[in-house]
Design a binder for this molecule. Structure first.
Ligand SMILES: Cc1cc2nc3c(=O)[nH]c(=O)nc-3n(C[C@H](O)[C@H](O)[C@H](O)COP(=O)(O)O)c2cc1C
Length: 218
């Protein structure tokens, strides 16, 4: 709450979209955040624009970001702020900027390396660095296969520092039927880490539903 205006402070989740395969995960996480009434600060890396182009058929233009993001997410984006990945003067570059935390989705092994080693080569890497140094939540949805030793070591170092390393590795339980269910399952697990309410997947209730109805399985 602002003590002068009485207006509640805007404290966003910073969402970094980097150039790994799996833009669909970003779509589902961003929709989940907005549907839960959360504020979002969005940053898309240079390579992220390429994967977006490849996987969605369009990308986000800095000058037309509001229109492009609204068309992408099919949501009201009035509480979304957008920062260029090259803008080191952007809010999330500073520890004094109010943020709930940061989600990098999908995360490349390059951004993982950059945050782990403190490279700050672009705003996403810098914001990741800031979020960690400030002790805020950092969730990294890493997508690469196979993983070389350096990537595993970077992830291990980030986990020791308190980051949540969340491989883009959806589970097949919870009655998933199609690719969108797999995507939403992973996105829902990301939102779980951030304490955000959602109904993106069916939670495990302790019943082996299909096995119980299959006489061959007992
Ligand atoms: C179509 C496409 C798919 C890619 N998929 C991956 C991937 O799944 N994981 C990954 O770590 N890098 C992937 N890359 C490579 C990264 O985009 C590249 O390493 C880039 O430098 C990452 O920069 P960023 O972390 O700033 O986005 C892909 C690149 C392209 C063009």
């Amino acid at each position: 709450m602002n003590e002068f205006t009485g207006v509640p402070a805007r404290i966003p989740w910073v969402v970094g979209v980097t150039g790994a395969s799996g833009v669909a995960y970003a779509t589902s996480v961003l929709r989940g955040l907005l549907d839960a009434g959360e504020s979002v600060d969005l940053v898309v890396s240079k390579a992220g624009r390429l994967t977006m182009l490849d996987e969605l058929g369009f990308s986000i233009r800095d000058r037309n970001w509001r229109e492009d993001v609204a068309a992408w997410l099919e949501r009201d984006v009035s509480d979304v702020a957008y920062w260029s990945a090259t803008d080191f003067a952007a809010g999330p570059s500073s520890g004094s900027y109010r943020m709930r935390g940061m989600i990098v989705v999908p995360a490349t092994t390059a951004v993982v390396a950059g945050i782990a080693t403190g490279m700050s080569k672009d705003l996403i890497q810098r914001a990741g660095d800031v979020v960690l140094k400030e002790g805020l939540k950092l969730v990294l949805v890493v997508r690469e296969a196979p993983l070389r030793a350096a990537a595993l070591e970077h992830m291990s170092s980030l986990a020791r520092e308190g980051a949540v390393v969340m491989p883009a590795s959806p589970a097949f339980y919870a009655g998933v039927k199609d690719v969108q269910d797999l995507v939403d399952f992973l996105a829902g697990r990301v939102l779980d880490q951030c304490g955000i309410e959602h109904d993106l997947y069916r939670r495990w209730q302790g019943n082996l539903r299909d096995a119980e109805s299959d006489p061959e399985a007992s």
